[in-house]
Write a protein that binds this ligand. Structure first.
Ligand SMILES: [Cu+2]
Length: 144
């Protein structure tokens, strides 16, 4: 009797453990999606303020919050390298979060060359791995 109870507990524990493992968020969901600049090409000469609009293929763009595979929001990184892919993207004037789920954002840029990088991340601002990203270098003309 005692032995049987012990066994039952063990089975229950095992089942709980297995359920727990399943309920965990999938690690770094592989996504076939991509992002691109809707109107900008590498090497373009532009004026500031510059409206940047982003196209997403195979992704669901939505406000920040919940983490769901293939879902997330856009970020624009200005003159900074690709950040680590295992942590939320920082937030400052060079790391712009479009956490409202929008696809366009207006940038104020100083004259000269700027590197603009798109980076799509999940509802908690963590980039996908491999990264869903695109980059252009633009030249901002001096205002008159
Ligand atoms: Cu974000």
């Amino acid at each position: 009797m005692r032995h049987r109870l012990h066994l039952r507990l063990l089975v229950a524990f095992g089942a709980t453990f297995a359920l727990g493992a399943c309920a965990k968020a999938p690690a770094a969901p592989k996504s076939a999606g991509s992002v691109s600049f809707a109107t900008l090409k590498d090497g373009d000469t532009v004026k500031s303020p510059l409206e940047v609009c982003i196209d997403a293929q195979g992704l669901v763009v939505e406000p920040a919050g919940e983490v769901k595979p293939g879902h997330g929001h856009h970020h624009i990184l200005v003159d900074v390298p690709l950040p680590g892919l295992d942590a939320p993207i920082g937030k400052d004037e060079q790391h712009i979060h479009m956490g409202d789920g929008s696809r366009c954002h207006t940038l104020e840029l100083s004259p000269g060359e700027h590197t603009l990088r798109l980076l799509f991340a999940d509802g908690m601002h963590v980039p996908y791995d491999p990264p869903i990203t695109a980059q252009v270098v633009v030249k901002v003309a001096a205002g008159e």
